[in-house]
Design a protein around this ligand. Sequence first.
Ligand SMILES: NC(=O)c1ccc[n+]([C@@H]2O[C@H](COP(=O)([O-])OP(=O)(O)OC[C@H]3O[C@@H](n4cnc5c(N)ncnc54)[C@H](O)[C@@H]3O)[C@@H](O)[C@H]2O)c1
Length: 263
Amino acid sequence: MGTYSLANKVALVTGAASGIGLAIATKMYEAGCHIAIADLDAAKAEAAINGLPAQGGQQKIAIQADMSDYGSVYRMVESCEKQLGSVDILVNNAGFQYVAPIESFEPAMFQKLIDVMLVGPFVATQAVFAKMKERRWGRIINISSINGKIGAPFKAGYCSAKHGIIGLTRVTAVEAGDSGVTCNAICPGFVDTPLVRNQLEDLGSGYGVTPEKVLEEVILKQVPQNRLLDTAEIGDFAVFLASDQSASITGQAINISGGYVMH
Ligand SMILES: NC(=O)c1ccc[n+]([C@@H]2O[C@H](COP(=O)([O-])OP(=O)(O)OC[C@H]3O[C@@H](n4cnc5c(N)ncnc54)[C@H](O)[C@@H]3O)[C@@H](O)[C@H]2O)c1
């Protein structure tokens, strides 16, 4: 266990079968909490849980959930409460990318991006909020993006959802008041995950360069550290935000971007 302990807490991380969510769930589990890995893909969620070593007394469960379906989100929270006793730490991480110029952007895809990355997190927050306040302790961590702070071409739906969740983060923090519950957003830059790798081809056609060149000539040129981030870097920071030591930090949208965005 590292510097920050999450012992005896229960963390529910959405979209945690892959990438950033998996790193957050793994780091939180290593910090001593019980963990629920929720994902649209039940088999991948199960595999992720099986990949975590048994650790004295800590429980670990997989839950299938679709963040774009209210009923599924409520059932996810209920299932975690029933099996692990509570949700002390909620991480709204599930997401996907779709890139197209505005002129040809599918309205249904715009809606889906908002549903998964903004409405779903709102419903999950609603489902855990009252009990966190009653227990006088809670952590809600929303995974936004640097695209929650700046516009990026071809990402109308994604940028809108990621800007929106920063607004939700601020309202949640204000409504949490002095209850002992905090809510913050993490805004990652480019992290090496399937979500980033899978968009290179479409971005390449948007920018008129090959997929290989998009990374080098478009993406990394904007990043002072000139590198993709590792998922563990986001996981470590999420553990800190979930710990007692971060109690005074709330309503913030914190960049982890290798210097890409500085506001
Ligand atoms: N990778 C990056 O560079 C980057 C940068 C900024 C923000 N983010 C954000 O981080 C989060 C995780 O992204 P990632 O890069 O790890 O992606 P990823 O594709 O590796 O993982 C996303 C996970 O979310 C799940 N998911 C997708 N739709 C879902 C739904 N409707 N319900 C439940 N689960 C669903 C997928 O099955 C997958 O396991 C996303 O919110 C993403 O927008 C990523």
